[in-house]
Design a protein around this ligand. Structure first.
Ligand SMILES: Nc1nc2c(ncn2[C@@H]2O[C@H](COP(=O)(O)OP(=O)(O)O)[C@@H](O)[C@H]2O)c(=O)[nH]1
Ligand SMILES: Nc1ncnc2c1ncn2[C@@H]1O[C@H](COP(=O)(O)OP(=O)(O)O)[C@@H](O)[C@H]1O
Length: 221
């Protein structure tokens, strides 16, 4: 039997049974392409929501408040730490970044999947705290030279900031073995496809199928 193309394409992320959402972490050394991949995933996948972090770093040209980050003053960030408002937080490049707790817990129970753009410290803390809900993917550049070229061509940072990001890249890369998956972002289309494959397969894991117990019981009764 041949399926009509529209039937095959019909919302592949909509589950047949109730399921628990997952926390999909994308990390990489700065400039390797995680923002590019994340934006495309969000544009093409209706069931994926961004976990928007709070940061004390200044806004870049092209960034949008509450889409890219909640930009905040250092005192306000500290107050949020004291209120235990973050699932995790870290200092990166001299700025503070944190994942707000609000809405994630309830969203996961509803079956929403969340995308996290966090560094290795955030990935490690979230993996420790949220266990099986977390799927972590580390993106690598095809070479150090290409990483520096991407940072320069992006045109968002001064040379001294780029030097700082390159210095930190080696440290970031050394944490590759703390992730569930590692994907090289050489050709963008191929990398995007691989990340999609991981997300689609991880959604199908038995442990996320909260409706499976009732469903299988009915099937065999
Ligand atoms: N731990 C942690 N890291 C974060 C968070 N938000 C962003 N980051 C990381 O902070 C680093 C710097 O981010 P950014 O200033 O946007 O620069 P980018 O590296 O060019 O994306 C990146 O490695 C991000 O993944 C967060 O909430 N928690
Ligand atoms: N596969 C790729 N090939 C070439 N350029 C890329 C690729 N992936 C991303 N880029 C470019 O590299 C720069 C850094 O990507 P970005 O997504 O901002 O990285 P990150 O969020 O990891 O810092 C951007 O200008 C982006 O357009």
């Amino acid at each position: 039997m041949q399926l009509a193309p529209t039937a095959m394409m019909a919302n592949p992320s909509k589950p047949f049974l109730p399921r628990r959402g997952l926390m999909f972490i994308l990390s990489s050394p700065s400039g390797a392409g995680k923002t590019t991949i994340a934006r495309r995933l969000l544009a093409e996948d209706a069931n994926l929501r961004m976990s928007v972090s709070v940061t004390t770093r200044p806004m870049r040209d092209g960034e949008v408040e509450s889409r890219d980050y909640y930009f905040t003053a250092q005192d306000d960030f500290r107050a949020m730490v004291d209120d235990d408002a973050f699932m995790e937080w870290a200092q990166v490049f001299g700025n503070f970044y944190g994942t707000p707790r609000a809405s994630i817990k309830a969203g996961l129970e509803r079956g929403d999947d969340f995308l996290f753009d966090v560094d290795w410290q955030g990935a490690q803390q979230l993996s420790q705290r949220a266990g099986a809900d977390v799927v972590s993917v580390f993106l690598l550049p095809p070479s150090i030279e290409e990483l520096e070229r991407r940072l320069r061509d992006r045109g968002t940072d001064d040379p001294d900031v780029i030097a700082g990001r390159m210095a930190r890249a080696r440290d970031e890369i050394s944490h590759w073995d703390g992730y569930d998956y590692v994907v090289v972002n050489d050709d963008l289309g191929t990398c995007f496809e691989r990340v999609c494959t991981i997300l689609h397969a991880e959604r199908l894991r038995r442990i996320r199928g909260t409706g499976l117990v009732d469903f299988t019981r009915k099937l065999i009764s």
